[in-house]
Design a protein around this ligand. Structure first.
Ligand SMILES: [Zn+2]
Length: 372
């Protein structure tokens, strides 16, 4: 759907408007045009009208919502060793979410075929009868070219470089397919939990390190790799070669994969980043020192970004975000080094949206793709 109808539906689906008056104000369309198009959207089954919104005096307008029976979105967020998969209705409400083990290192064909089979499985078990699948979205832990839907030079994803992910899904489904960097999905999903914050940096600290950038309420993709801070060079007394071949990238010191590597050298075997958090919680000093150092290095990189873009909030997600020393070290570095005007009202905190934030972000971006 192109043009004004799609714009109005997006405003409602995105939670920005729930009445004709709000639609008119936000879209700039005349009230009569809004009413006409809303009636058409209700007639085509995409919108429903129910209850009422609060109103100061006068007649109480009825509340517009995207119809729960208008369609289903299938969304997936892939990590190194697991995937979260879900079905959402068009308003972005999850119908079902599951986490399943999945090794991304098995390569794109095996992984994507498994995802398609998992979607079919979820649709057969949880898909509402007669409600059509409208689109597919998948988040990947690597840089994604938004034009082609291909992953470009990812770390720890053997065989994925330049693989046509969107085209591969296109062979399974004749539907819009959205392929996006996982930190970008997290940023879009999380930003809704920070009302009043227009510019937000959302860090994903898991096996790798990613950052989604929300500027004036909108995801900033740049040329596809915006926010990819993993290969920024950091200060260090030692010297470590990164997976990209350069020396002393942030990822080589502060990613979950790097921390696990150092712990293994010290005789402490862990399988996933959440195990590192468990070691910190258990007071294992080697783990705590490593996580604190990772937070300091991440914070030093963030100081540049904070001075440059002056965000309202820095939100930290990903499995390592549950380690308290990581967050306090990030805060210490940023507050110590940044300009007072930049940090006066800056919030640095862990994510508020819970484990499904990236799937909710996938739903928001996918609905945009479906409607355009
Ligand atoms: Zn690197």
């Amino acid at each position: 759907m192109r043009g004004a109808q799609g714009d109005l539906l997006r405003l409602i689906a995105g939670g920005h408007a729930e009445s004709r008056a709000e639609l008119a104000r936000l879209s700039g369309l005349a009230a009569s045009s809004v009413s006409l198009r809303v009636e058409e959207l209700i007639g085509s089954g995409l919108l429903v009208e129910e209850g009422s919104v609060s109103s100061r005096g006068g007649r109480r307008p009825r509340r517009l919502r995207v119809s729960p029976t208008a369609g289903v979105l299938a969304v997936a967020d892939l990590g190194g060793h697991h995937a979260r998969l879900g079905l959402l209705d068009l308003s972005g409400t999850p119908l079902v979410v599951e986490e399943r083990p999945c090794e991304i290192a098995l390569g794109p064909e095996a992984t994507l075929n498994w995802i398609a089979a998992s979607f079919d499985d979820l649709l057969a078990t949880h898909g509402p009868a007669g409600v059509p699948l409208r689109g597919i979205a998948i988040g990947l832990p690597g840089p994604v070219d938004p034009a082609s839907g291909r992953v470009v030079s990812p770390s720890r994803m053997p065989g994925w470089n330049n693989f046509p992910v969107a085209e591969h899904f296109g062979a399974h489904y004749d539907l819009p397919v959205l392929v996006e960097n996982d930190a970008n999905l997290l940023a879009v999903g999380e930003a809704r939990a920070w009302p009043g914050c227009e510019t937000v940096l959302v860090l994903k600290a898991g096996s790798g390190i990613g950052c989604g950038v929300i500027v004036n309420g909108v995801l900033h993709r740049g040329r596809g790799a915006a926010g990819d801070i993993s290969h920024v060079r950091v200060r260090s007394d030692s010297s470590v070669t990164c997976s990209c071949g350069h020396l002393d990238c942030l990822e080589a010191y502060a990613s979950g994969a790097a921390l696990m590597g150092v712990l293994a050298e010290q005789g402490i075997a862990v399988g996933r980043p959440s195990d590192v958090v468990a070691l910190v919680d258990d007071g294992i000093p080697e783990a705590t020192a490593l996580v604190r150092n990772a937070g300091r290095l991440i914070g030093e990189v963030l100081t540049v970004l904070v001075n440059f873009i002056n965000p309202d909030a820095i939100v930290v997600g990903g499995s390592l975000s549950k380690a308290e020393p990581l967050i306090s070290a990030i805060r210490a570095a940023v507050y110590e080094r940044c300009l007072p005007l930049a940090t006066r009202d800056l919030e640095i905190a862990v994510t508020r949206s819970g484990p499904d934030a990236a799937l909710l972000g996938a739903g928001i971006l996918l609905l945009d793709a479906v409607l355009s």
